[in-house]
Write a protein that binds this ligand. Structure first.
Ligand SMILES: [Zn+2]
Length: 208
C-alpha cells in the first residue's frame, strides 16, 4: 500500500534543487538519510531519503514500521507534515494489514481439526473418497484436488460461513471424479449443494 504526494502543491515543494550540494550534505552522516519518529496510536515512521524517489510516498508493508520515501529535494519537516495529513489513510491501511496478518497466521493445526472433520463427514454422507488432505495457507486458492485425488484446503476457510466451507469441500470432492469445470461438473455439484455456481460467485467476494 502506498500513498504518493501528487504535484498538486508546487508552492510548498521547491522544484529546483542543488543536487550536488544536497548529496554532499547527505554523505555527512547516516542520520541525514534516515529519520524515525513515533506517532501515538500509529507507531514508528521511518523517513528515508532516496535518490530514486521522485515524490513523497508512504508504504505500509509491515506492522512494525511504516516507511516514507523522501526525494532528496524534500526536507524531513515537509515529509513529516505530509504524513500528518495522511493519518486517516494510514490508520485504515494498518487495520487492513492487521486483519490480513491475522488471517495468514491462522493456525494450521486448528484448521486441520475443523476441516478434516467436515471433509470426512461429507465423504461418508455422499460416498466420496480422497487420497490425502493437506492444509495450506495459500494466497491464491481456497482449495484444490490433484490428479491423484490429494485434496488441499486453505486454512483460512475456517473464518468463512459454514455454507461456503461446504461448497469448497464438495467442489474438491466432485473433482475426485470430474477433473474439469464442465457442465457435467456443475450439474453433479448441484446434486450436493444447490445453486453451486452462484455460491462459487459469493466466495469470490471473500478475498484471500
Ligand atoms: Zn474446481
Amino acid at each position: 500500500m502506498t500513498n504518493k504526494l501528487g504535484s498538486s502543491n508546487p508552492n510548498r515543494i521547491p522544484k529546483k534543487t542543488n543536487h550536488s550540494k544536497v548529496q554532499k550534505l547527505l554523505a555527512k552522516s547516516y542520520s541525514d538519510k534516515i529519520k524515525i519518529i513515533t506517532i501515538t496510536n500509529i507507531g514508528k515512521i521511518q523517513f528515508k531519503k532516496s535518490k530514486k524517489a521522485k515524490r513523497l510516498s508512504i508504504s505500509i508493508k509491515d506492522l512494525s514500521i511504516i516507511n516514507v520515501s523522501v526525494p532528496l529535494y524534500i526536507s524531513f519537516d515537509i515529509a513529516e507534515e505530509f504524513v500528518y495529513t495522511k493519518l486517516a489513510w494510514i490508520t485504515k491501511n494498518l487495520k487492513v494489514l492487521k486483519n490480513k496478518t491475522k488471517l495468514n497466521n491462522t493456525d494450521k493445526e486448528l484448521a486441520r481439526g475443523i476441516l478434516s472433520k467436515r471433509l470426512d463427514y461429507l465423504c461418508e454422507k455422499y460416498n466420496f473418497s480422497y487420497n490425502k488432505l493437506s492444509i495450506r495457507n495459500q494466497k491464491t486458492r481456497w482449495g484444490s484436488c490433484s490428479s491423484k485425488n490429494n485434496i488441499s484446503l486453505n486454512a483460512k476457510l475456517i473464518h468463512l460461513p459454514k455454507k461456503l466451507i461446504d461448497y469448497v469441500i464438495l467442489h474438491e470432492l466432485v473433482h475426485t471424479n470430474i477433473k474439469n469445470h464442465s457442465k457435467e461438473f456443475w450439474d453433479t455439484l448441484d446434486l450436493y449443494i444447490s445453486n453451486s455456481k452462484s455460491i462459487g460467485e459469493k466466495l469470490k467476494r471473500y478475498s484471500l
